[in-house]
Structure formats: C-alpha cells, structure tokens
Design a protein around this ligand. Structure first.
Ligand SMILES: [Zn+2]
Length: 325
C-alpha cells in the first residue's frame, strides 16, 4: 500500500555466505561465515570455535584494543581486525547480520574491503519490510585531539577526529608523511556519499605499511600472514608492490575505508560528517565513545511515511539498493 514511498528499511543478507582466508597477524587459516539476522539485531560477531560460542556486539564500547587493528571482546573471546568487514557492511547498507569465525582474527583477504563487499553482494541483500533503518544524526560537533603542547599548539604528533552536523554522509580525511612516496606530503580527500559510491570510491583501497615496521612486527611474531598480496609495502624510497597503486591516492582512500568501519562501531549509519587528520583506529574509537556518551550531540532518526522526503541523498542513491541475488 505504501510501496511508492522511498522509506528506508533495515537490510540483511538473503543467504548464508562463507569465505576462507588467513589472519594478518596470526597467519592462520580462518573461515568466516555471514548469516542473515532478524531486524534490530545489529552486527553480532560469534566465535564458533569456543564452547560455548562467544557473542560480541560490534559496538565502540566493546573495543578492547586498537594498536594494530580494531579488536573487540576480552580474554579468550576476542576477535581482531573487524574494521574492513565493518566498512563493507556499512558501505552496502547492511544493518543486521551474524558474523561467525572459527578463530580470533578476521581474514585479511587482499587488504581492502572489496572481497567482503563481493561476498555480501553474492549473498544478496534483502529489505526487512516494516522495520525502519535507524540512523544516528549528529546535532553538534564532537571532537577529539591528541598531540598538543602545553600552550595548546599542535606538535608533530598532532592528530584529530570529529563528527559534525551534515545532511548526508561525508568523510574528509587528511594524512601527512614526510616520505618520498607521499607527494605531496600532506594529502586530503573528501568523499561525499551523496555523489560517490562506496564500492567505486573506497572499497578497493588496500591497507599499507612500512617495511621497517613490518620487520619489527615480524620480530615480535606479528604480521605473520602479511605479504605483498594483502598490503601496500613501502621501503625508504618506494612502493615494493610490482603493480603499484590501485588509485593514485590509495593511502588516504584506505584511511577513509577504515573510518567507515570505525564509524559503524556506533551501531548505526551516520547522518553527519566525519573529519580526520592523521587519525587512526585508536582515536576514531575515542571519538565514537565520546559521541555515544554525549546524549545532547546526537539523536536517532528514521525515514518513514511522513519523513521519507527528508532522507539524505547519501542514503537514497542506487548504491544502497538491494543487489539481486
Ligand atoms: Zn585498514
């Protein structure tokens, strides 16, 4: 009866899908299975190799570690490197899913979110009629900053992250490296999701790292699954991957991919702008917690019958439409 109104409903997968890959840090083979979930479930991770199986909600307050990747849960029941899958789930507008893993770390795949996006698309995405998608709308700016001196002036370690009111979904990210591969040293990119598609603008950007850091991690039994097949690796002068970059500005695009995943740890899609300067998972998590703790700074919104015309264009363009199975 109301099929003509572009109300925004919740979404889940049409079918169960699985993929096998290796964990970046453990180097171990892991099977990832994503299954449909009822409306209002959110994204729930499950460690199915534990008895009983452990369930962890993908929410900023469950994040226990952000040093090398975003990790949720505690003790034995922890899951690491959730950010790229979370990014793909946000990018395809999936509200509800169970994510099952038979190990402590998500597979790294090719270091981007494109293989996860492909997996989700191949499952098919289905609309959960009568259950309106819930958004978090930013009402006033919330910012977190690190690296100021005693006079409040930025030092070389300065970084910041913030949420700002905006009628849509937009990410503005700046990176800075004093290194010959990064020309210019300061790179800034704005992706406005009212105009650009997540799949095209963001999903293929791979994670990157410096050879020296990688060797340091190896010496500490980390990054055991790391290779040129799942990261862009940079030495003192150049990029070591033979095929070079997938986007001219792939580094800053990957930071936007990561930010989308970190933002989804709010537990809902955002109506607002995220701005990051040299920010990473740690500061993004601090920002997400600061927002969730400040009830004046945001509100829940849905776009039902009366409000449908007010839905921001970032969430009504074709990329959010279900993909035929
Ligand atoms: Zn990443």
């Amino acid at each position: 009866m109301s099929m003509d109104l572009p109300m925004i409903w919740q979404r889940t997968l049409r079918e169960v899908v699985s993929i096998v890959g290796i964990g970046l840090h453990s180097g171990q083979k892991v099977e990832l299975t994503i299954t449909p979930a009822p409306a209002d479930t959110g994204i729930i991770f499950r460690r199915v190799d534990l008895h009983p199986a452990a369930e962890i909600r993908a929410i900023a307050t469950e994040v226990t570690e952000t040093q090398l990747a975003t990790c949720i849960g505690t003790g034995e029941a922890r899951i690491s490197t959730v950010e790229h899958l979370m990014s793909a789930l946000y990018g395809l507008g999936i509200d509800n899913a169970f994510v099952e893993l038979d190990g402590p770390e998500l597979p790294i795949m090719d270091g981007s979110s494109a293989p996860f996006a492909f997996l989700l698309q191949s499952a098919g995405i289905t609309v959960q009629q009568r259950h309106l998608k819930k958004f978090i709308r930013i009402k006033k700016p919330v910012e977190v900053v690190e690296g100021l001196d005693e006079q409040g002036q930025p030092t070389a370690q300065y970084k910041s992250a913030g949420f700002y009111p905006h009628d849509g979904f937009r990410i503005d990210f700046t990176i800075e490296y004093n290194h010959p591969v990064f020309q210019p040293n300061v790179q800034r990119l704005v992706v406005d999701f009212a105009e650009q598609s997540y799949l095209q603008a963001v999903s293929r950007a791979r994670t990157y790292g410096f050879k020296a850091e990688y060797e340091w991690m190896r010496s500490r039994n980390l990054a055991l699954g790391g290779s040129l097949a799942n990261a862009i690796v940079i030495d003192d002068y150049r990029i070591l991957n033979e095929d070079g970059l997938r986007y001219e500005d792939e580094f800053v695009r990957h930071k936007i991919l990561d930010a989308v995943g970190d933002i989804y740890m709010l537990g809902a899609s955002l109506i607002g702008e995220f701005r990051g300067v040299k920010s990473g998972h740690g500061l993004n998590n601090k920002l997400a917690r600061a927002l969730l703790a400040d009830s004046e700074a945001w509100e829940w919104v849905t776009f039902g019958k009366e409000a449908h015309a007010q839905a921001p264009r970032a969430y009504t363009n074709p990329q959010w439409e279900p993909v035929p199975a």
